[in-house]
Design a protein around this ligand. Structure first.
Ligand code: PHE
Length: 340
């Protein structure tokens, strides 16, 4: 082969290889072209290399230089084709994987605890009746939990065995004893201490009593407290508000029954029964705010009167959903909670 023929062959090789690599439509075609042009044993490059070795020694440097240039170009073209196909493959694979018509996967959303749902409903109902939301601490002093509610030191309700008393820093420093509140009636006092009549509030929250847990008792449960103080407030107002609360909550006809009872901070006092769908259940206590309580917060019992009530929130929720064990609410078993 003359030098001229060699150059011709070399250029043909370069052009053909570059063209074939660029035109390869898949990896199989590219691999076939690679073997044909760059194959280590009998590829066309290999043959050109052999021809180069047979050129007259004087021509070899010149021929060799061009040979290396062309080889580099062709190898570059091969790599470019490889990258192009790889990219194509990736794009088509992800196009296969992403099907925009497949319905999405809904992330599992939680929901409010049934007791929280009941609380939200009660707040909403009482809000519509003009009662705003008041709040008080769960760790209380004896004044708000007992004293101001007309519960004197010798009263059995103050028995340390019936309450969760706490040894607090303030007590250790000589302050009065503190306890986990046993009723939300504490908030009545807190509101009246800082507000003049008229008062129309509810307070919702946890209360604590050292009861042994059973299907109807839990050492922690929730109450909703209502308090309305104004001129000429009567027990008829109390009964009406309770009936409207019951009917809005249960979405049906509700009857309210008062049974005579006693609470140190109301006079007269009643137990509230509510009947819905023909069954009576005990809901809590209520009464007309005792004049002693009104005086203790600086109200004039000759000018204003008021009612107060306290209902068990778990009871409402249990009655609504037919739950027969209060402990279920606090076991945190999602199989139970998911039903609401
Ligand atoms: N605090 C009372 C209880 O927990 C209920 C109550 C509230 C009674 C308001 C009268 C007035 O049993």
């Amino acid at each position: 082969m003359s030098l001229q023929e060699f150059f011709q062959e070399l250029e043909l090789f370069g052009a053909a290889a570059t063209q074939r690599f660029a035109a390869a439509e898949d990896t199989a075609a590219l691999e076939a072209a690679r073997i044909e042009f760059l194959g280590a044993r009998s590829g066309r490059l290999k043959q050109l290399q052999k021809a180069l070795g047979q050129l007259p020694a004087a021509d070899r440097p010149q021929a060799g230089q061009r040979f290396h240039q062309v080889r580099q170009q062709v190898e570059q073209a091969f790599k470019a084709a490889q990258a192009r196909l790889c990219q194509q493959q990736r794009a088509s694979r992800s196009a296969e994987l992403f099907d925009p018509t497949v319905p999405g996967l809904r992330p599992p959303l939680g929901h409010l605890h049934p007791i929280t749902q009941t609380i939200e409903q009660l707040k909403e109902i009482m809000g519509r009746l003009g009662f705003s939301l008041a709040d008080g601490p769960e760790v209380e002093d004896e004044w708000h939990n007992f004293e101001a509610l007309n519960i004197p030191p010798e009263h059995p309700a103050r028995d340390p065995l019936d309450n969760f008393y706490l040894a607090t820093a303030s007590q250790l420093a000589g302050g009065g004893p503190m306890l986990l509140r046993s009723q939300t009636s504490t908030v009545q006092i807190r509101v009246m201490e800082r507000q003049k009549p008229p008062v129309r509030i509810i307070a919702v929250g946890r209360v604590y009593r050292p009861d042994t847990p059973d299907p109807t008792h839990s050492p922690m449960f929730h109450q909703i407290e209502g308090l309305m103080v104004d001129r000429h407030v009567t027990m008829a107002d109390l009964k009406t508000v309770l009936r409207m609360l019951g009917e809005s909550y249960f979405h049906g006809e509700v009857h309210i029954r008062f049974r005579p009872s006693f609470f140190p901070f109301t006079e007269p006092s009643v137990e509230i029964d509510m009947s819905w769908q023909g069954r009576w259940i005990e809901m809590g206590g209520a009464g007309m705010v005792d004049p002693n309580v009104l005086r203790a917060v600086g109200y004039d019992p000759e000018q204003v009167s008021g009612f107060a009530f306290g209902l068990g929130i778990e009871r409402l929720c249990m009655r609504q959903h037919g739950v027969d064990d209060i402990r279920e609410f606090f076991r945190n078993d999602v199989r139970f909670l998911q039903q609401f």
